[in-house]
Design a protein around this ligand. Structure first.
Ligand code: FES
Length: 181
């Protein structure tokens, strides 16, 4: 191989190819092409690694959508008012046994409940009483404790709100309001 065959080749020391050591003349490197291949390989790597993530996200979204579509509003007793102190919280599962939720009692006459799975990537949120919010420790996501709407951090969607009714001192979950603000 010679310099004429590879006009883009410039050795690192800048000398013409006929002044290069024998080993470099025997194995010349086309640096522009080498860089181009590296970029192309990197782009291919990005695409190939991103594709499985995108497919998994789409599959998870479809499963959630199907599961949500199958849900019926069931009435379920979740706590006794006598066992829930003012400022306290308790967990329950609604509407299915794999749907963890949080019931909060910020004052004597107020009860609110939300799905406990963070709307970012599904970690469990916990009440932060001092800040009057629900906190997700995975990526520092914060939700308003009264509405479930995202306040800061990565989450963009509010927590699903659990609709409640109190009958004879017992709190019941009666439905799920998705995308409540
Ligand atoms: S999973 Fe909750 S902030 Fe990321």
């Amino acid at each position: 191989m010679n310099e004429a065959a590879h006009p883009g080749t410039v050795a690192p020391n800048g000398l013409p190819m006929n002044e290069q050591p024998a080993w470099r003349r025997d194995f010349p490197i086309d640096w522009p092409r080498d860089h181009f291949v590296a970029r192309r390989d990197f782009t291919r790597f990005l695409v190939l690694t991103s594709l499985p993530f995108a497919l998994v996200q789409i599959a998870l979204g479809a499963v959630n959508w199907l599961r949500r579509g199958r849900r019926k509003s069931a009435v379920k007793a979740i706590a006794s008012l006598a066992d829930l102190p003012i400022g306290g919280a308790t967990t329950f599962y609604y509407p299915e046994k794999h749907d963890p939720c949080l019931l909060l009692r910020p004052d004597e006459n107020t009860l609110v409940a939300f799905g406990q799975k963070c709307t970012h990537l599904g970690c469990a949120v916990t009440p932060d009483v001092d800040k009057n919010c629900l906190y997700c420790p995975c990526h520092k996501g914060y939700f308003a404790a009264d509405s479930g709407r995202p306040m800061s951090g990565p989450p963009r969607r509010p927590l699903p709100r659990i609709l409640l009714e109190t009958r004879d001192g017992v709190v019941h979950a009666v439905g799920v309001e998705v995308n409540a603000t």
